[in-house]
Design a protein around this ligand. Structure first.
Ligand code: NAD
Ligand code: UDP
Length: 338
């Protein structure tokens, strides 16, 4: 299949490219490198021993996007490109709406012009907002609590409307839970700019000695040990879910939202303990106040993914931490080391 991959140079994108290339797909990556390094793509080429097209461009630039899609004439699009920092989205909401929502509208218009009717979209469990019950199934009410989450919910709606209005269109909205870990080679992984906002990359940098200690945001939640619980999903499992979603989209029409998680919740303290085992290092932590806006627990219902995509996660938290440590210890400064 010819697959056009927006945001393919990023964390989840690069891991997915490797599996797409291994499966024999022909690819065009479209990325503006606003949160990625070209070195990541060089490493994907090395690891896969395969080549692919690259267009450096911005999804907000409708003309460039239209030309890139028309030139490549894809069978399907995987749409990773977007901004993803919750805190930044509170400070710069218009930047988020423009990048994530306008960019996605441009993409669908360019797909229309190129006659492409199949899309797999990177959505997020954050669209559910505060849990009314757990685990979150796909019918849980959608009530995001920040601008980032609202952009994801809006784009889901735009894609659903486009699917209804476009004959033979097919869309899969993948609602990711908490992607972590790295490729087993340790050559690609998550490379956050500045101070990490998320738990796993922060722990990794503490283990590597780049940060002094981890601050645990609250230990008075109604969970096993009082710290927040999340459904961490290995990025390699998540990448595999995209291949399954592509096949599913090729076999039917319409629009489906599907959770991508493991169904297992892990607390902050449990993840720290797993990372200590993986790295062989003891990690200094301090407990501080809750982070505003955080929920106690989040966890995916996984039946729909198993049923429709025939996909299930394989890796547990130990494998997530081991692969993260291989990446972090081998690349202490991420892709900037090259
Ligand atoms: P990432 O920042 O590593 O990757 C996003 C890629 O998109 C980057 O390569 C960036 O340069 C590119 N990009 C951003 N804006 C662009 C634009 N306007 N034009 C062209 N390229 C642009 O993030 P990721 O973790 O790989 O996430 C990929 C997608 O998955 C995002 O849409 C994100 O919102 C979503 N998601 C991520 C998580 C997570 O925890 N990592 C969770 C749920 C959903
Ligand atoms: N967390 C923490 N310290 C940090 C970062 C996160 O204790 O430096 C906690 C956070 O309160 C939550 C969990 O780790 O319970 C996962 O947070 P993350 O930001 O990675 O994911 P999200 O909250 O967006 O699901």
């Amino acid at each position: 299949m010819k697959v056009f991959v927006t945001g393919g140079a990023g964390y989840i994108g690069t891991h997915t490219l490797l599996q797409l290339l291994a499966a024999g797909h022909e690819l065009c990556v479209f990325d503006n490198f606003s949160n990625a390094s070209p070195v990541a793509l060089t490493r994907v080429r090395q690891l896969s021993n395969r080549d692919f097209d690259l267009v450096e461009g911005d999804i907000r630039d409708a003309a460039t996007l239209r030309h890139a899609l028309a030139d490549f004439a894809p069978d399907a699009v995987i749409h990773f490109a977007g901004l993803k920092a919750v805190g930044e989205s509170n400070d710069k909401p218009l930047l988020y709406y423009e990048n994530n929502v306008t960019g996605s509208v441009n993409l669908l218009a360019a797909m229309d012009a190129a006659g492409c009717r199949r899309i797999v979209f990177s959505s997020s469990a954050t669209v559910y907002g505060e849990a009314q019950y757990l685990p979150f199934d796909e019918d849980h009410p959608i009530a995001p609590t920040n601008p980032y989450g609202r952009t994801k919910a809006m784009v889901e709606g735009v894609i659903a409307d486009w699917t209804k209005a476009t004959p033979n269109a097919s869309a899969v909205l993948l609602r990711y839970f908490n992607p972590v870990g790295a490729h087993e080679s340790g050559r690609i992984g998550e490379d956050p700019r500045g101070i990490p906002n998320n738990l796993m990359p922060y722990i990794a940098q503490v283990a590597a000695g780049r940060r002094e200690k981890l601050s645990i945001f609250g230990d008075d939640y109604p969970t096993r040990d009082g710290t927040g619980e999340r459904d961490y999903i290995h990025v390699v499992d998540l990448a595999a879910a995209h291949l399954a979603a592509l096949e599913y989209a090729a076999s039917k029409t319409g629009c489906e939202a599907i959770n991508v998680g493991t169904g297992q919740a892990t607390t902050v303290k449990e993840l720290v303990a797993a990372y200590e085992r993986a790295s062989g290092r003891s990690l200094p932590v301090e407990v501080i106040a809750r982070r505003s806006g955080d929920v106690a627990s989040s966890c995916a219902a996984t039946a729909k993914a198993a049923d429709l995509l025939r996909w299930r996660s394989e890796f547990g938290v130990d494998a997530m931490c081991e692969s993260s440590w291989r990446w972090q210890s081998g690349n202490p400064h991420g892709f900037a080391g090259d």
